[in-house]
Design a binder for this molecule. Structure first.
Ligand code: C5J
Length: 226
């Protein structure tokens, strides 16, 4: 499919969609992103494109993995190097309007309703920025023979970029979908897009939702319902 720095080789098998941290904590007022002083409304703009990709992958029977960033209730998996950062009014583990900030299972930790996963879709809870650190994502991908990842979600320069770098180090061929990822800082988003595709695609490819949907439609067929 058309991509930068050159066309992305969409495979016939082994493709998965990764949706990073589209959880209320980052996207709705009262969550972690808001507590850190960010304008969370900026992130909502990508929801229709992420949704369109989610629906397409479902239609073609291709695997979808969603991550949520969160910690155990006793915060034993949240080092001080993470909890102590930021000047926000609320820190990780503190009680906010959507429950305890960035704690697994709290209302704020839920994936936004628009992108709610189906019961058969895998959710990967992750304590770090990268989706491979202290998770079983790699095991899931290997078990399903996944080699190529379409990466979406928030925030571009933090959890999305970290995950793409981790994936590239592990041998996955990654495309970051430009209009299905967002940051609280537009300049950081653009810088990240430039970084991943620089030096002839040192981390991978970037591309847009519409050409990806067209390429998927050409390459995959929806399973026939009997
Ligand atoms: C952050 C994320 N920004 N999902 N998490 O702390 O990017």
């Amino acid at each position: 499919m058309p991509a930068q720095p050159y066309p992305y080789p969409l495979p016939n098998t082994g493709l998965a969609l990764i949706i990073i941290d589209m959880q209320r904590d980052f996207i709705e007022p009262g969550g972690f992103g808001h507590a850190l002083g960010n304008d969370v409304s900026l992130l909502r703009s990508i929801i229709p494109r992420v949704k369109a990709l989610q629906e397409a992958f479902r239609r073609y029977g291709l695997p979808i993995f969603q991550t949520v960033e969160g910690h155990l209730p006793d915060l034993s998996d949240c080092p001080p190097s993470k909890r102590d950062r930021g000047n926000g009014s609320l820190k990780i583990g503190d009680r906010g309007p959507m429950g305890r900030i960035l704690v697994l299972g709290e209302p704020g930790n839920a994936i936004i309703p628009e992108l709610a996963p189906l019961p058969n879709e895998v959710i990967i809870p992750k304590p770090g920025k990268g989706a491979f650190y202290a998770t079983d994502l790699d095991a899931h991908l290997k078990a399903q023979g996944i080699t190529h990842l379409i990466i979406t979600g928030v925030t571009t320069e933090v959890c999305v970029q970290t995950t793409m770098r981790e994936a590239n180090d592990r041998g996955y061929e990654c495309l970051l979908v430009e209009d299905a990822t967002e940051s609280y800082f537009p300049a950081f988003k653009q810088a990240t897009l430039g970084m991943v595709r620089a030096q002839d695609g040192i981390i991978g490819w970037t591309g847009f939702t519409e050409p990806l949907l067209s390429a998927l439609a050409l390459q995959y067929k929806a399973p026939v319902m009997t």
